[in-house]
Structure formats: structure tokens, C-alpha cells
Design a protein around this ligand. Structure first.
Ligand SMILES: C[S@@+](CC[C@H](N)C(=O)[O-])C[C@H]1O[C@@H](n2cnc3c(N)ncnc32)[C@H](O)[C@@H]1O
Length: 163
């Protein structure tokens, strides 16, 4: 779950008027909705679409996808067709906090996001797999990922593609 330290840092970087896109929803999504003028959240499990009055949810089941060559076990991700049809075109930041770690998140590298020049935030990069996904995402964009502590033993990361 994204924590307040990370949310405050994103707020400082993009401001309260921002539209935040979150991949992977949960209880923390409600806190995002308290902080930002607009929140869109992609979620594969309707159970975690907890704040329909405040969050623009995109229900996108996990389907078979062609896995990234470096992450052959990551063979499921959000349905591309649904994202193609439903993702907004005006978000300012993306928080990558889904799908669950056991599914793998390298689908974020493979999917062709139309809006790329935004702040990209990766949660859970204290996990080796998620750290590698963030690193490859940054490398493919010629960017550097910056790590931030999230509590005593955990980390989140950012890749600022706005400039
Ligand atoms: C790391 S969670 C996302 C958490 C969300 N960004 C938040 O801050 O609350 C990744 C996925 O696990 C599921 N999930 C959400 N909250 C959960 C919870 N408290 N326990 C177990 N699974 C959860 C959802 O399907 C979600 O897409």
C-alpha cells in the first residue's frame, strides 16, 4: 500500500491540482483522492474499488500478455484493450502499485502509454523484481530512477519524465 511519505512527496512534486493515475487500487486510493483534484485507478479486482464516489476506476481484468524477455514469468497484465479505450489523456503522474507482486509488474514497460511525459512513481521497489522493472523502465526512456526511503527497510522510486 502506498504510504503517506510517498503521497506527500508526489503532492510536493505535482501539486494538489494534479490528476493522478494509479495502477493497483486499495485503501490508499482514498487518501490519494483526499489529496489530489482527480484520481483515476486501474484495478483488476472489483473488491478493491472502494471509493467509487471519489475515484474514477477503470476495471481492467488481468489477461494473458506477451511477457517481457527479461521477465518471462510475468505473463499477465491489465487488459490492453480496456486501457486503450479507457485511460484518460491528461494525467500528471502515474503510481505503479499493481498488479500484485506475485503477478509481476513488467507489463508497465511493454504497454504503450500514450501519455509518457509525466512523473512515474514505483512502489515496492525494495522487492528485487519491482526494482528491476523500474530500472528497465528508466533505461528504456534514457532516464535515471531516484530511490526514496519508505520506512526503515522499504523503498519507492521515481522517474521524472516531465522534462
Ligand atoms: C499493493 S496493492 C495496491 C494498493 C493500493 N495502491 C493502495 O495504496 O491501497 C496491489 C493489488 O493488491 C490488491 N489489494 C489492494 N489492497 C489490498 C490489501 N489491503 N490486501 C491485499 N490485497 C490488496 C488489489 O488488487 C491491488 O491492485
Amino acid at each position: 500500500m502506498i504510504n503517506k511519505v510517498m503521497q506527500d512527496a508526489v503532492l510536493e512534486k505535482v501539486g494538489a491540482d494534479a490528476h493522478v493515475l494509479e495502477l493497483g487500487a486499495g485503501e490508499g486510493t482514498g487518501r490519494l483522492a483526499d489529496m489530489f483534484s482527480k484520481v483515476t485507478a486501474v484495478e483488476h479486482n472489483e473488491k478493491w474499488m472502494l471509493y467509487p464516489d471519489r475515484v474514477n476506476y477503470i476495471y481492467a481484468p488481468l489477461v494473458d500478455v506477451v511477457s517481457h524477455e527479461r521477465f518471462p514469468s510475468h505473463d499477465k497484465w491489465y487488459d490492453h484493450k480496456i486501457l486503450d479505450e479507457s485511460l484518460p489523456g491528461d494525467y500528471d503522474a502515474v503510481i505503479v502499485d499493481g498488479p500484485p507482486g506475485y503477478i509481476g509488474r513488467s507489463g508497465v514497460i511493454n504497454y504503450g502509454f500514450k501519455r509518457k511525459a509525466v512523473l512515474w512513481v514505483f512502489d515496492d521497489v525494495w522487492r528485487q523484481g519491482d526494482f528491476r522493472v523500474m530500472g528497465l523502465f528508466a533505461k528504456e526512456r534514457g532516464r535515471v530512477a531516484v530511490l526514496h526511503p519508505s520506512g526503515r527497510t522499504r523503498w519507492w522510486g521515481e522517474i521524472d519524465c516531465r522534462k
